[in-house]
Design a protein around this ligand. Sequence first.
Ligand SMILES: C[S@@+](CC[C@H](N)C(=O)[O-])C[C@H]1O[C@@H](n2cnc3c(N)ncnc32)[C@H](O)[C@@H]1O
Length: 221
Amino acid sequence: MSDYWKKEWESIASADNDFAMLGRNGFRFSDLTIYLGEINAALKVCPEDSILDLGCSNGMICAFMSPFCKRITGFDYSENLIKVAKRYYRDIKNISFECRALADADLSGFNKLIIGAVFQYIDKETAKDFMRKLNGSDIEKAYIGHVPDIALKDSYIKGYENFITDKDELKKKQEIWEKRMTWFDERDFDILSDRYRIEFKNPDKKLVQHKYAFDICLERK
Ligand SMILES: C[S@@+](CC[C@H](N)C(=O)[O-])C[C@H]1O[C@@H](n2cnc3c(N)ncnc32)[C@H](O)[C@@H]1O
């Protein structure tokens, strides 16, 4: 799975639209404002914070967060996206980027964590290993956003019939969501409950059209 997606993200890095590089083709700046608001509601960002944005893509979220924290680092496993991020934001002093996969992410030195729309690209074992690492880290608050909800899987996949008329295109799209994405149950996150208060939220409809995902806000107990 991860090889398939890594190749996809390496090629998405050459999109000519910055939102497309985030996998958010239809996004406008108004949507970005809502998204940043949801992240900030979870993290309550302050000037002392050292934030890690895991799966940072072209670094856009880091750039918008950077004036409000001490430092922010973006990790992404796509070399091409990290190159774009470094080029775009080379003049911002408190930002850094590293090519790093979620499974190899070192959380030390950070007190807040953003993971937006990444969990669907990792398998359950990787997710569990990561959550164990998070439990043992110094992260005080975390936002794990747009996690596909297994309870909504069938209706979401079927829903494509309402707006893709070409049969081949429909089949291709549905197969991706059926076979290539990882869908989660809220209980998959029980592992975190020893160390964190967990709140599950519904992301704003503008951010995840056709409702398929939940957000997880974590606060250290
Ligand atoms: C849908 S985009 C989300 C971008 C941004 N976080 C946001 O919320 O708009 C997913 C990003 O996660 C990255 N990604 C996916 N799986 C990853 C992994 N296992 N390790 C690191 N980055 C990963 C992709 O390269 C891509 O940049």
